[in-house]
Design a protein around this ligand. Sequence first.
Ligand code: ZN
Length: 217
Amino acid sequence: MSNPNDEYDRFLSGLGGDCVLCGSKKAFAWLDKDEIDAGYESRHETTHFIWLGEDTGDRPQGFVCDACIDRLVLDERIEAYYSDLNGPLADISNKAALKAHELGAQRMRALLALPFDASGLVSPEAFAALPPALRCYGGNEPAPIWNIILDFVGYTASRDDPEGSGRQHALARAAIGMLRGVEFTEAAKTWVSERSKQLRSRNGTQTPPGDEPEPEW
Ligand SMILES: [Zn+2]
């Protein structure tokens, strides 16, 4: 079986591969248990799709073709939430925002848990053990943990970016020593509720305090 890290490097290089779902030879997006990330050669260029259901451990990892992405969208198993070219997408459902926020928080937690030496350096071997999508924050040389975290925080994460806000959420908890053991779902729901209120306010459909409808999940 091929090494998933090598396959992911092929994805980053735009080379494409065989779809893990249907076997098509023209697959230019990457699928794993967290999300689907479409490459430039995909019709969905640079769009990220979040899984909407629970992970039951049966999601494969590897290339996925556009036709399979379209089917997963139609079946409401995934939803587009972010574009590397255009930023956060408008009209993301509450459920997708919730899942993306959780994903960002869990990813930040994984990076914060990286082992580092007395100089604060993380070894390339430690990076190799991360999910492929996080490995690009490391390299082939030992790297300072603070630079890795800074890179991952991103400078564009805004109120509209559920995954980026999830990263910041986990980092804020780590800063005050309250990250360990946290379940992000409840906190993520609070974030999504706030986001819904802000969106209604921006759209001129603000409701009086106390009258806001509960988000649907
Ligand atoms: Zn396919």
